[in-house]
Design a protein around this ligand. Structure first.
Ligand code: UN1
Length: 507
């Protein structure tokens, strides 16, 4: 067990505050316990208010230098950061699995996401570009360019403790920004390991210390970041409740926020679905990361003609799931992140029953040998009416709600009938139905898939959702634009000063 911690230089006591390779000591301590076995992995020193101030000042100094480094040179450094993560993939994947409880396969997949976004950012470094336009005035030229923004504050959740930071950081760095990261207090050691891997590469390349800073702390640090006028962009991932607070604080000072919040993602399973595909997609979507992805599948909307057949296959598949130590081979699902998450799961089950949901596969706490941490639960399935209040909420746990539909229009209405709008999917080989689902009257989510599940997006696409899911877009496509300021330039190379809109003004 200790091997990967040693390789990643995670000790019993760790500083959680750093600019590049410089680590600050502090007397405010917390510890990170593994939900896998309940043991303390290490303690972490958290940032104080004065640490915060030092970090922001250092970040400002680093920005003054980094923004002038040519983008392809920045891209080359990020390429090397990706290689750093390639070297530590196994160890970091293991730490992620141990600290968050997700399966080792998913831990490794998460590190791969870090690597992928570094490759993406490195390629982007030679492609950041703006448009040129024709001016309405003679001997004039117009174009737009993108400049670095400044300090990007990054707030991340426990469930993707490395990948979501990397989506934001790799793009911010290539855009010439510097980052200040507040990771989830539930997964600080993964953050410390990521910062160490990055700092090593930055030092080798003589990159200014504070291009990447780490501020482990609690909500107070998130509040400081949100209110700070020196931080033009705050990118926050987490619950809708958290996002609302960040949005208000950032908007109050007319800053920008990029929000990636909760989802209530559904798969529509049509009569023309390949049911084998639908089964694997549904089960992975619902129990992957123990239902703690913002993209987790929470609802299955199943056509009445195949409802019983699919329901029986689903129940059978759930009975075959292996729940246990996520670091062990062949385990489908590990524990929830902590006992508070278990409470939330149990409360949602009780509420679902009170509201009239009928459980086909019962939930509950797993106890006994191997489950001593108290964080292991049973993935469960409830048959529900789509309008139950509990079904419309996001519970970060492996609870799957299934419901029936008759027409595709009705299925789409059910799918869209929640306040969240992150991810969605349809299982069908019927072109009319899949195209309707993807059309302007189809899914209202930021992500809409055909014949794959709701989770597991690739980094190349823009990632994010609508409505209560926050509206932000991170990761691929042109998401980089959020990390830059756009400037429109008009250049007069003539010897007259014609005014736009034909206005005459002679002196
Ligand atoms: C999240 O849960 O916040 O699409 C991110 C997915 C992953 C990312 C999830 N690539 O499921």
């Amino acid at each position: 067990m200790q091997d990967f911690l040693n390789t990643l230089k995670i000790n019993e006591t760790n500083s959680g505050v750093s600019t590049g390779s410089h680590w600050f000591s502090s007397s405010i301590n917390t510890s990170s316990a593994s939900p896998v076995d309940g043991k303390t992995i290490g303690t972490v020193q958290l940032a104080s208010g004065s640490d915060y101030e030092t970090i922001i000042q250092e970040a400002q100094k680093a920005f003054a230098i980094w923004r002038s480094v040519p983008a392809p040179k920045r891209g080359d450094v990020i390429r090397q950061v990706g290689d750093g993560f390639r070297r530590y993939k196994k160890e970091l994947g293991s730490l992620i699995s141990y600290e968050t409880g997700k399966s080792l396969q998913e831990g490794l997949g998460e590190v791969q996401e870090v690597i992928d976004i570094c490759d993406f950012a490195s390629g982007l470094s030679r492609q950041i570009s703006g448009l040129t336009m024709h001016s309405e005035r003679p001997l004039h030229r117009m174009y737009e360019q993108y400049h670095p923004l400044g300090i990007v504050g990054i707030i991340t959740a426990f469930n993707f403790p490395a990948a979501v930071w990397a989506w934001n950081s790799a793009l911010a760095w290539v855009c010439g920004d510097v980052t200040v990261w507040k990771p989830s207090p539930k997964a600080p050691l993964t953050a410390i390991a990521c910062q160490k891997i990055t700092a090593e590469i930055f030092t080798l390349n003589q990159v200014p210390e504070a291009v990447s800073s780490l501020l482990c702390g609690n909500n107070d640090i998130g509040e400081l970041l949100s209110r700070d006028t020196r931080i033009p962009l705050v990118s926050a991932t987490g619950s809708t409740a958290m996002g609302r607070k960040v949005a208000v604080a950032v908007a109050q000072r007319l800053g920008r926020s990029l929000l990636e919040l909760g989802g209530n993602n559904a798969i529509i399973i049509t009569p023309d679905a390949d049911l084998q595909l639908a089964l694997t997609a549904s089960v992975f979507g619902a129990v992957g990361t123990a239902g703690q992805r913002c993209t987790s599948t929470r609802r299955l909307i199943i056509h009445s003609s195949i409802y019983d057949t699919f329901k029986n296959q689903l129940v059978k598949a759930y009975h075959q799931l292996k729940i246990g130590n996520p670091l062990e081979h062949g385990i489908h699902m590990g524990p929830l992140i902590d006992k508070a998450a278990v409470e939330g799961y149990l409360t949602a089950i009780d509420r679902c029953k009170e509201e009239g949901g009928a459980f086909l596969v019962e939930g509950g706490l797993l106890e006994g040998y191997g489950y001593e941490s108290g964080c292991y639960v049973k993935p469960c399935i409830a048959e529900v009416n789509p309008d139950l209040p509990i079904v419309r909420e996001e519970t970060f746990a492996p609870i799957l709600y299934i419901m029936k539909y008759e027409t595709i229009e009705e299925a789409i209405a059910i799918q869209n009938g929640v306040s969240q709008g992150l991810s969605s999917a349809i299982m069908s080989t019927n072109l009319r139905e899949t195209e309707l689902f993807l059309s302007s009257v189809g899914s209202d989510c930021g992500i809409a898939n055909v014949n794959i599940g709701t989770s597991g997006a690739e980094i190349g696409g823009a990632f994010g959702g609508e409505k209560d899911s926050g509206g932000g877009r991170e990761s691929g496509s042109d998401s980089w634009k959020a990390y830059m300021r756009r400037q429109t330039n008009t250049i007069n190379f003539g010897n007259q000063l014609p005014l736009a809109q034909g206005i005459k003004f002679d002196l």
